[in-house]
Design a binder for this molecule. Structure first.
Ligand SMILES: C[S@@+](CC[C@H](N)C(=O)[O-])C[C@H]1O[C@@H](n2cnc3c(N)ncnc32)[C@H](O)[C@@H]1O
Length: 300
């Protein structure tokens, strides 16, 4: 059942932030990593339980964890690391044009405010559920870390009137913005996504950018099988499948293009291949690379 209320870092959609952070942390430990997010591991250790065990325990004890498996775990680690690198590059390209206002929608355990070399005068707004943001802030404060940029938390549900909260936090709609929409859209209905895009569009001055991770629907038969996998190994897949909206959503290049923006989509499979980590063939392996693409659009 999709959660219509609020959640923390270990429940409902909030737990997906820990899941992807764990994948980033594991990916960072591999030889010649695609991307290194040194904070991902810090969050997992602080979360305890299975998340900490992935990093602090006997590796043999977590060998069966889905994030370590050859058919799902390793390709998923590669996916998350490639996505991290893509959005890091997107941020660097945006600030190179003079953008100093960054808005991370569904920030989860994204630590870019602490991790990237932001120019002086950059403000990073992070939007997510209150308890998710609180977890991030308290863990990094206890770890002795301080943000590189000016960091502003905006605790909201992204299905409500978040622009008012963003403005109240100091956001300036007359200044160009780089928006990050990473790991969010499948948790919104198609209509909720369109409203989100309308709000982004109306808050974006010329010179703004939107970086989007989008995903085509999973084949209905495959999706049904995922939902029914509860009692089998890999039952986590069923919990995740029950959280997503597996319906066609507006395609970002087309949606923003119709409103005068221009941009391009990069298939995840092409990105992984360009990074030297081609995705496994479906159906033998992990299916997301064939469905996910990463989009940048710019408002002229
Ligand atoms: C898969 S995580 C991605 C987090 C981060 N962007 C990343 O890539 O590491 C999904 C995040 O979306 C947030 N989220 C999903 N729906 C939301 C909503 N309606 N309002 C606020 N946050 C939401 C969750 O709390 C969670 O932190």
């Amino acid at each position: 059942m999709r959660d219509q209320g609020s959640w923390d870092i270990k429940t409902s959609v909030g737990s997906t932030a820990l899941f992807v952070a764990a994948a980033r942390g594991l990916a960072a430990r591999r030889p010649d990593p695609i991307a290194v997010d040194r904070f991902a591991e810090v969050f997992c250790v602080a979360a305890g339980d299975e998340w900490a065990a992935l990093f602090t325990g006997d590796p043999a004890a977590t060998a069966e964890h889905p994030l370590r498996s050859a058919d799902f775990g390793i390709p998923f680690q590669n996916f998350q690391a490639a996505r991290t690198r893509w959005f890091d590059d997107y941020c660097a390209a945006a600030v190179a044009t003079g953008v100093r206002q960054i808005v991370i929608l569904a920030a989860g355990l994204d630590a870019r405010a602490y991790r990237l070399p932001w120019p002086a005068g950059t403000t990073v707004y992070e939007l997510d559920q209150p308890l998710v943001l609180e977890f991030k802030r308290s863990v990094l404060a206890a770890h002795g870390d301080r943000p590189v940029a000016r960091r502003r938390e905006v605790p909201v549900d992204l299905r409500t009137d978040w622009p008012a909260a963003l403005r109240a936090a100091g956001f300036d709609p007359t200044a160009p913005t780089a928006w990050l929409v990473e790991g969010l859209l499948i948790y919104l209905s198609p209509a909720e996504q369109d409203v989100l895009y309308e709000r982004i569009e109306s808050l974006s001055a010329p010179g703004s950018f939107v970086g989007v991770e989008q995903m085509d629907p999973i084949d209905p038969e495959v999706y049904r099988a995922m939902l029914e996998a509860q009692d089998q190994p890999g039952g986590d897949q069923a919990a995740w499948a029950s959280l997503i909206h597996n319906e066609p959503h507006s395609e970002a290049v087309a949606w923003f293009g119709a409103r005068g923006w221009s941009g391009t989509a990069t298939k995840l499979s092409d990105l992984l291949a360009s990074l030297g980590h081609p995705a496994p063939e479906v159906p033998a392996g992990f299916l997301m690379p064939g469905l996910v693409s990463l989009v940048t659009v710019a408002k002229g």
